[in-house]
Design a protein around this ligand. Structure first.
Ligand code: XIL
Length: 561
């Protein structure tokens, strides 16, 4: 791997940066391939950031130089957390946080504040307070910490709450939630807005990059906060990825659904860890994951940028937190740029850049074929674009007329199989194309589809299971889509399916599962049994299996009384 020595000596850059800290991320200057990451990102109107730690920032020239030259955004890895800023009640210390903000200002970088309300790295004195005292302490902490930087133009955003969900999509039973209930979340956002009306206010979490129970809970919360007028501007996908667990499923769709709520989507803590020793396959996978996240941000106008959780393996949190895993960052422990650096530079440098405002042509010749009582297959003629079409959105409206078209899926080819439809029902479809810059075409002409009767009658239902992710030793089936295929409302449903021998269910959500032999019976939860004709709901589950086994469940069947 090449040493980036040429850049380490580029003192002129630092001098230019000292001239002022007005950050012009959207300058869309043309960038060359050998440019630093921040130049490539700025040419696309994005930031590329890193988390920084106070000690190497103060003590190591190589660390400081790379942090300054390669990134146009920084996040304090620890220095703005509660235990650093208010270790004792009402005793605020900003020495570490101010050091990082001063560094950012000197280097023309923007700062993301991390984090105000979290269940970790928060002093014991907070955790044992009564409800009213805890709320007062939280509001005071937010007002003081956000207020400290409110007039500083470098500090532009905050993680207001961090990691409030558990893996099943419930609220995490942290001391915050246990003492104050979920209302602390809205209270925290309102306090942050009051302290800095200009800052972008985010909710941040891990394992929410793909579509799953946890990200759906996040989506529902953001949607509900928005509808109540709670000031929330952004969602942070931490993106602590690992090659052993696969890339998050449906990440593009997940970004799109949050974008549709009117919030930014930020990748806030990206790293990709490997079980050591790393082999070539894992390193290639790691390069691809970095590329995928950069491309996902480039493809969405809702994404302002990507922050990597550090840059050198010398100071990564991974080996301390995940025993026997590491090499997660883009420079090795000796500050040599790794192949991940090149992957990011290539992704940031690709295409025509932020200047591309040309939308693809609308797809043509949309047709439906192979229609059954519950599904149909769409195909169309490809769109053209000045750069390249990166995918298609499939939109569906219920009925022969009226209703609203909503995106039901995406495709990177020129066909799409839709499923989970009600029998004897009419649907209308349209397709539109996207390019890497986020330009969207006009919609195609509409095709109308009427499903077959299928003998469903009152009380019919269908179940379709989707494999969200799998790894040696297990998998997640999410969603299992349950659709009322009958003509009347149902008030309960029962799905059965067959679990391969040797597989064990380790978790489930949105249904109550019982296992007898190889047969699993999933009954609706108390909140999702009622489905109008044609309506759908879903549940999911996680399974452990022998590592040598690649089998998956089969024979999904649904019954409703
Ligand atoms: C980590 C830091 O990287 C470590 O140095 C510290 O010891 C623990 O916290 N999610 C977050 C970050 O929101 O604040 C965490 O940072 C990593 C997981």
């Amino acid at each position: 791997m090449p040493l980036r020595t040429r850049r380490l000596g580029a003192a002129s850059l630092a001098l230019a940066a000292l001239a002022g800290f007005t950050v012009s991320l959207l300058s869309a200057q043309p960038a060359a391939a050998a440019d630093p990451l921040r130049t490539l990102a700025a040419a696309k109107g994005k930031f590329i950031g890193t988390a920084v730690a106070t000690s190497p920032l103060a003590n190591e020239t190589a660390y400081r130089t790379i942090a300054a030259q390669e990134f146009n955004q920084v996040t304090a890895e620890n220095a703005m957390k509660w235990d650093s800023t208010e270790p004792n009640d009402n005793q605020y210390t900003f020495s570490g946080a101010d050091q990082i903000v001063a560094f950012a200002q000197a280097n023309n970088q923007i700062v993301h504040g991390h984090t105000l309300v979290w269940h970790q790295q928060t002093p014991g004195w907070v955790q044992s307070l009564s409800a009213s005292a805890m709320k007062t302490a939280m509001l005071d902490h937010i007002a003081t910490v956000v207020g400290h930087y409110a007039n500083n133009p470098a500090v532009q955003s905050w993680d207001v709450v961090n990691e409030v969900f558990d893996e099943n999509g419930g609220f995490r039973t942290s001391f915050w939630y246990n003492t104050l209930g979920s209302g602390f979340i809205a209270d925290a956002f309102r306090a942050a807005r009051a302290a800095d009306p200009d800052a972008k206010l985010c909710i941040n979490d891990y394992n929410v990059e793909g579509i799953n129970a946890k990200s759906t809970a996040m989506y529902n919360l953001v949607s509900s906060l928005k509808s109540q007028g709670v000031p929330i501007d952004c969602v942070g996908f931490q993106s602590h990825l690992a090659t052993q667990y696969g890339f998050p499923g449906q990440l593009t769709e997940n970004v799109a659904r949050f974008a549709a709520l009117g919030v930014q989507v930020r990748f806030t803590e990206l790293d990709v860890r490997i079980v050591l020793p790393a082999d070539t396959t894992e390193i290639n996978t790691q390069n691809q994951y970095y590329t995928n996240i950069i491309n996902a941000c480039l493809a969405s106008t809702a994404c302002p940028g990507v922050t990597i959780w550090g840059f050198t393996d010398k100071y990564s949190w991974v080996p301390d937190t995940f025993p026997s895993e590491g090499q997660a960052l883009i420079y090795d422990a000796n500050y040599n740029a790794k192949a991940d650096y090149t992957a990011i530079a290539t992704a940031l440098g690709a295409g025509t850049g932020g200047g591309d405002t040309t939308a693809p042509s609308a797809p043509t010749n949309l047709t439906a074929s192979g229609t059954t009582s519950s599904g149909t297959t769409l195909s169309w003629t490809a769109s053209t674009d000045n750069t390249a079409v990166t995918g298609y959105d499939i939109l569906r409206a219920p009925g022969a007329s009226g209703g609203t078209f909503a995106v039901v899926g995406t495709s990177t080819s020129t066909s799409y199989a839709d499923s989970g439809l009600a029998a004897s029902s009419t649907y209308r479809y349209q397709v539109r194309a996207r390019d890497a810059a986020g330009n969207v075409s006009a919609v195609s002409s509409t095709v109308s589809v009427t499903t077959l009767s299928g003998g469903g009658g009152p009380g019919g239902c269908s179940a379709v299971g989707t494999t969200q992710t799998q790894w040696p030793g297990g998998y997640v089936i999410q969603p299992v889509t349950v659709t009322n295929t009958g003509s009347a409302q149902i008030t309960s449903w029962t799905v059965t399916f067959t679990l391969p021998a040797g597989h064990t269910i380790t978790g489930s959500w949105n249904a109550v599962l019982t296992v007898s032999g190889q047969t699993v019976t999933a009954k609706n939860a108390n909140y999702n049994g009622t489905l109008g004709a044609g309506a759908s709901t879903s549940f999911g589950f996680q399974v452990a299996r022998p590592t040598s086994d690649t089998a998956l469940p089969s024979g999904y069947a649904c019954a409703a009384p």
